[in-house]
Design a protein around this ligand. Structure first.
Ligand SMILES: *Cc1c(COP(=O)(O)O)cnc(C)c1O
Length: 394
């Protein structure tokens, strides 16, 4: 049986009747921009995430852009972000006119490395964008301590981590603003593009509401320049249906991750990364020096929501060999992400960055491989993935 990396139909088709019902409701309402469904979706997201305010927007990328705009970030400003992330984190900073400054990451939790961030601080640094990659929180205590010490704003990129927690707090409610995505492959996956910004600040929430609608308030009066960053009423209505199931999606992902960890850790040469090695250089991490495969770890204080289950496959060319081996057996897998931001052509001319600066990001981009972990996988599929990896290692 083939095992795709993701099967959106397996999640959406069981809800078909309900989804068609809300589609009909929106269709007959004739109300497609803002309005009741949008308000209700925002309130339900705020409740689910423990956020004071939630403002829906057109995508996760736009969530980041509009958040940075709300903080007044623009030309002349620098914003720290990890080099090892999806492009939108860095691209959004650039699109405000500010300069993204790439920091290295931790090889264990994959979050931004604050020692690296400290080395990149300048008088122009205004904000830091930690990314909660693959479904697990970045080390927010050190992010907040660093940000407070230097008066930086904190914009969390929670695109991959809807529902994740850090020491009991929801990711996206820890910094000044939290940016979520409803791209179909995310944990709350929509039917097209959509995004959300959370904040505890009344003032920022007010600014976000205006910015997403051309900076308009009242109607046809513009005191600032915003844009069209609205999320469709139809998308909100459909996602309200899926939001009711988010806990079972999380449980399914956790169950699959636990299965992989138990079964793969038993294979020779496979070790699990250790929380005790957080941010320590990869070569010095305990027990991983001779590893053929390194499994991800959920930190004790974190609620990991496993948007991706990402292996590290050390050794020249071995990651790509495993990728081909799995593909040959009909098992979906993908490299998130093969080129770190500090090596992207579009950022080659940025001032003050050198290619040698983010060595962990370079290493990870050559070692990572994400395997199927979506909630609807059945045990025989998980078994097939484990057997395929086992045959690769032997
Ligand atoms: C998906 C993603 C985004 C962008 O979200 P879109 O909704 O696709 O615009 C931003 N950051 C990270 C880390 C992501 O994974």
């Amino acid at each position: 049986m083939p095992v795709p990396l993701l099967d959106v139909n397996a999640q959406n088709l069981p809800l078909e009747a309900e989804l068609k019902e809300v589609f009909d409701k929106v269709l007959s309402s004739g109300r497609f921009i803002l309005g009741e469904e949008v308000d209700a979706f925002e309130q339900e997201c705020a409740a689910a995430l423990g956020a004071k305010h939630a403002v829906s927007v057109s995508s996760g990328t736009d969530a980041l852009i509009v958040s940075l705009m709300a903080l007044g970030i623009g030309p002349g400003d620098e914003v720290l972000c990890p080099s090892f992330t999806f492009f939108a984190t860095a691209g959004s900073i650039s699109r405000t006119g500010a300069t993204p400054v790439f920091c290295d990451v931790c090889p264990v939790c994959f979050g931004i490395d604050i020692d690296s961030a400290r080395a990149k601080l300048s008088p122009n640094t205004k904000a830091i964008v930690p990314v909660h990659l693959y479904g697990q929180s970045a080390d927010m205590d050190s992010v907040l301590a660093f940000a407070n010490e230097h008066g930086l704003k904190v914009v969390e990129d929670v695109a991959q981590s809807f529902g994740a927690t850090y020491k009991g707090r929801n990711c996206g409610t820890i910094g000044d603003l939290g940016c979520f995505s409803f791209f179909p492959s995310k944990n709350l996956g929509g039917f097209g593009d959509g995004g959300l910004v959370t904040t505890g600040s009344d003032e920022l929430a007010e600014t976000l509401l205006r910015l997403r609608n051309h900076g308009m308030h009242p109607r046809y009066y513009h005191s600032t320049v915003g844009g069209n960053f609205r999320m469709d009423a139809l998308q909100c209505a459909l996602l309200r249906v899926k939001l009711r199931h988010i806990k079972s999606y999380e449980d399914g992902r956790s169950r699959n991750a636990a299965y992989y960890i138990e079964r793969l850790a038993a294979l020779p040469g496979v070790v699990q990364a250790s929380e005790a090695d957080c941010c320590c250089p990869p070569g010095q991490a305990s027990g991983t020096a001779a590893a053929k495969l390194i499994l991800p770890v959920a930190y004790r204080g974190n609620g990991h929501v496993w948007n991706q289950f990402t292996l590290r496959v050390p050794g020249e060319g071995r990651r790509d060999a495993l990728r081909e081996h799995l593909a040959g057996k009909g098992i979906g897998c993908e490299v998130y992400y093969p080129v770190p931001m500090h090596r992207q052509q579009c950022f080659a001319d940025l001032p003050g960055h050198s290619l040698g600066d983010c060595q962990v990001s370079d290493l990870l981009s050559s070692e990572v491989l994400s395997i199927p972990v979506y909630p609807e996988l059945v045990e025989s599929q998980l078994e097939e993935v484990v057997a395929a990896i086992s045959s690769f290692l032997s």
